[in-house]
Design a protein around this ligand. Structure first.
Ligand code: FES
Length: 107
């Protein structure tokens, strides 16, 4: 049984390998990226100057912000030049043909 905090957001056929999709969940703009058969979820707001990253370029496991080229590892959200700077990561899973994103409970 799925945990209540996982929200179904897409069917798995809507997200192709290497594709970046922006979704809105509970007021959060989130990137979903399919890579290597897994789905990665990241905040869509670049920690540099707040640009949306959904129009960025994906190379292997790095997504590049379209504004000034900062690159982030989609597996953990880390900025490649300073691991102390990260995009918020969201756990994702594919189950029964749907893509789920875990939204943490509000504090
Ligand atoms: S806003 Fe993303 S690199 Fe500058």
């Amino acid at each position: 049984m799925a945990s209540d905090s996982f929200v179904p957001i897409l069917t798995d056929s809507e997200l192709k390998e290497g594709q970046i999709i922006r979704v809105q969940i509970s007021g959060r703009s989130i990137l979903l990226i399919m890579k290597g058969g897994k789905v990665f979820g990241l905040s869509n707001s670049c920690p540099h100057m707040g640009c949306s990253i959904d129009k960025g370029i994906l190379r292997e496991y790095l997504v590049m912000c379209p504004c000034h080229g900062w690159k982030f590892d989609i597996r953990n959200g880390q900025y490649e030049e300073n691991s102390a700077i990260t995009l918020v990561s969201y756990r994702c899973k594919i189950q029964n043909g749907k893509v789920y994103v875990e939204i943490p409970a509000e504090a």
